[in-house]
Design a protein around this ligand. Structure first.
Ligand SMILES: NC(=O)c1ccc[n+]([C@@H]2O[C@H](COP(=O)([O-])OP(=O)(O)OC[C@H]3O[C@@H](n4cnc5c(N)ncnc54)[C@H](OP(=O)(O)O)[C@@H]3O)[C@@H](O)[C@H]2O)c1
Length: 244
């Protein structure tokens, strides 16, 4: 069966879809007929993503939410499942970075990064699992980072939070397998978004990975449902030196 027929009317929740990688993922999936629920804090920017999707003939509903607040993450999951009456795809993309040496980093920095980058994906996965178990093609994709595997200078807190997300994803994948839920991590190097401008102003924007390239990998993961599974994908800048 062609991919567009298989995926039409599936339902996806994508976090951090007001800009950057999340927006590119939302636009890409909506193009395939997937009904989108998108979230971020900035309601106006989120609405712009909805408008863009609708212009392309897609369907999207915006639910603004601050994922740093656990209660909001939990009610987002409930609202998302209620929105179109189920859920097939959860993309935990929202994230925040920090470029600061350990000595200058505060407890508040640690708590904020862990709340958004690690705790919110945990809460959303946990709250969405009952709905995903009812789906024919349930998939969770967590957007990690190269710093989920390596450690980068001045990025200890960001690195720690993405390592936490990676550890969580590995075990969730094993637990979710019994229900046919596929769980993947995508770990990019520098992608051309506002986050990298803030974290790595030294990188040449022309050499960064494009958000649309990550969106294409998400689509590949959704449509590749053979007997082999890609647990995690590392996406390196082609011009990267050193290797990442
Ligand atoms: N860009 C890179 O080089 C790169 C590399 C590796 C991994 N990543 C990861 O990719 C993901 C997306 O990053 P990006 O590069 O697209 O960054 P971005 O352009 O800064 O976008 C981040 C998104 O997350 C949302 N977000 C941030 N804090 C939030 C909060 N408290 N509650 C709800 N939503 C929140 C933002 O929306 P609001 O501000 O409106 O809330 C925005 O939509 C992140 O997990 C990041 O760690 C990025």
């Amino acid at each position: 069966m062609p991919a567009d027929i298989v995926w039409k009317n599936h339902i996806a929740l994508v976090t951090g879809a007001s800009r950057g990688i999340g927006q590119a993922i939302a636009v890409r999936l909506a193009r395939e007929g997937i009904q989108m629920i998108i979230t971020a804090r900035d309601a106006e920017a989120l609405q712009q993503t909805v408008t863009r999707i609708e212009k392309d003939g897609g369907t999207a509903v915006a639910i603004p939410c601050d994922l740093a607040v656990p209660a909001q993450a939990q009610s987002l999951a409930q609202a998302a499942v209620a929105c179109f009456g189920g859920l097939d795809i959860l993309v935990n993309n929202a994230g925040t970075g920090l470029n600061k040496p350990v000595e200058e980093s505060s407890e508040e920095d640690w708590d904020r990064l862990f709340a958004i980058n690690a705790k919110a994906p945990f809460l959303l996965c946990r709250e969405c699992l009952p709905a995903l178990k009812l789906s024919k093609r349930p998939t969770i994709i967590n957007i990690g980072s190269v710093v989920g595997i390596k450690g980068y200078y001045r990025q200890a807190l960001y690195t720690a939070s993405k390592h936490a997300l990676m550890g969580f994803t590995k075990v969730l994948a094993e637990e979710a397998q019994a229900f046919g839920i596929r769980v993947h991590a995508i770990n990019p190097g520098g992608v051309n978004t506002s986050l990298i401008t803030q974290m790595r102003p030294d990188l040449d924007p022309a050499q960064l990975i494009q958000p649309e390239e990550i969106a294409e990998i998400v689509w590949f993961l959704l449509t590749h449902r053979g007997n082999g599974i890609l647990d995690d994908i590392h996406v390196r800048r082609a011009s990267g030196s050193p290797w990442y």
